[in-house]
Design a protein around this ligand. Structure first.
Ligand code: 7TS
Length: 418
């Protein structure tokens, strides 16, 4: 995206953004006889025509394998695929395209760092530090590394608004910590962590930092150079691109020093039985035929976000989140989970004693799509001593009417159980 984008005044931005809803065909359908209100964007966002058409055109005309053909189609595929890498580099402000490793998503990106960076550096007596807010994708890979190395997983607590206890976190950043892995935005509660500050403290103590940015890139401008983190992981499908795509940003010197994650085609320069030499960055970490069409589509999503403008998206969503929070709070018997001072457009809640799965099913009958359950963040649920929540998560294509539909559906559910 263009990093020099112009921020529009809020009212103009809202009007411009309202027009963007037309770009998303999936939003314009009926579900269970009602117009769809899609409020499950934190799980996966819908794709604009620009992405859908880019992928279809690629499949129709340009598809071949990348990096290995002299023929025209292979060159076209390689150009489109590598073009997306350049767009992604620009999108997150990385210094070099060597720092953009294309993966299948946040999950793979974090596992790559766990296995290739932390595993060789950790042992008994060392610690890996995370927080209570993390998605399972930023917990389980570290537990696996702990099992493999004898290191210990330590977890910084959160408060009842869903904010990381920074004092505790900083106190836990001791010299035996081999990695701090922290989410940028909580998927279950919407909390925006002060990752700039957290990273600054960690770097001061020579602790490498990975930021799980899966829930940040759809909502705000991310600049890894400003953040100063060592690794940043995110997924294509949460930012209006296809599933099975994602990025691991890694500081070049660190990636250079890391062993490959997987072996296979494309990640080598020369294979001999006595010695194989690995390819240069970032290809050393991209074994096998990648998700070419997906990555091409992700490039189109990045272009699209650049046109809409991340600043405009952020401003619009903050207003819509405030509206949703207010409307939900007005419902008798509602309990909101995640009331942090700085939040992205996600709200978790429970209503009366209704089980979140029942609630989710009832609102689906009214065409309202929300997620119910633990949201792959069981420790967050354990903190609040609840089995799960209903979660409404907004994207910039949502509007006040979607929120009103959610509230109406919840009131109808409440009446059913009364
Ligand atoms: N980290 C966070 C913060 C996430 O929200 C998710 C997915 C992941 C990592 C994993 O991303 P993946 O693309 O590799 O699967 N979050 C959700 C969610 O909230 N509901 O469904 C998936």
């Amino acid at each position: 995206m263009s990093r020099a984008e112009v921020q529009l005044p809020v009212a103009d931005a809202a009007a411009k953004i309202a027009e963007r809803r037309a770009d998303f065909p999936a939003l314009h359908q009926e579900v269970n006889g009602c117009p769809l209100a899609y409020l499950d964007n934190a799980a996966s966002a819908q794709q604009p025509l620009a992405v859908i058409d880019t992928i279809a055109n690629y499949q129709r005309r340009d598809h071949a394998n990348v990096h290995r053909g002299v023929h025209t189609l292979s060159q076209r595929a390689t150009e489109a695929y590598e073009g997306s890498r350049d767009k992604l580099r620009d999108f997150i402000g990385a210094q070099s395209r060597s720092e953009i490793v294309l993966t299948s998503g946040t999950t793979e990106s974090i596992n790559l760092v766990a296995q290739s960076f932390v595993r060789p550096r950790a042992g008994a007596g060392d610690k890996i530090l995370i927080t209570y807010l993390e998605h399972h994708a930023n917990i389980v890979p570290w537990q696996i590394v702990c099992e493999q190395t004898g290191a210990e997983l330590t977890v910084a607590p959160i408060d009842d608004r869903g904010q990381v206890d920074l004092e505790r976190l900083y106190a836990m950043m001791t010299e035996d910590v081999r990695m701090l892995a922290v989410g940028h935005v909580s998927n279950a509660l919407g909390t925006i962590n002060p990752v700039e500050d957290i990273t600054a403290v960690a770097r001061d103590r020579d602790i490498p930092v990975l930021i799980d940015g899966a829930q940040a890139t759809p909502h705000m401008q991310v600049d890894v150079s400003d953040l100063g983190c060592d690794f940043y992981a995110f997924s294509g499908h949460k930012m209006f691109g296809p599933t099975g795509t994602g990025v691991l940003y890694g500081r070049e010197a660190l990636l250079e020093a890391m062993p490959p994650y997987q072996g296979g085609g494309d990640m080598i320069l020369e294979v001999r039985f006595d010695k194989t030499t690995y390819n240069e960055l970032p290809y050393k970490f991209e074994a096998g035929t990648p998700n070419i069409a997906g990555v091409v589509g992700l490039g189109a999503a990045v272009d699209y976000l650049g046109e809409v403008g991340m600043e405009n998206i952020g401003a619009y969503e903050q207003e819509l989140l405030a509206y949703m929070t207010r409307r939900l709070s007005e419902i008798d018997g509602i309990r909101l989970y995640g009331t942090a001072e700085r939040k992205a457009s996600v709200q978790s809640f429970l209503l009366d004693d209704i089980h979140p799965h029942d609630l989710g099913t009832i609102v689906d009958h009214k065409g309202v799509a929300v997620r119910s359950g633990h949201h792959c963040a069981m420790p967050v649920m354990q903190h609040f001593c609840i089995p799960g929540t209903l979660r409404a998560s907004l994207a910039f294509y949502n509007n006040h009417a979607d929120v009103d539909r959610l509230v109406e559906a919840l009131l109808a559910a409440k009446a059913l159980f009364a």
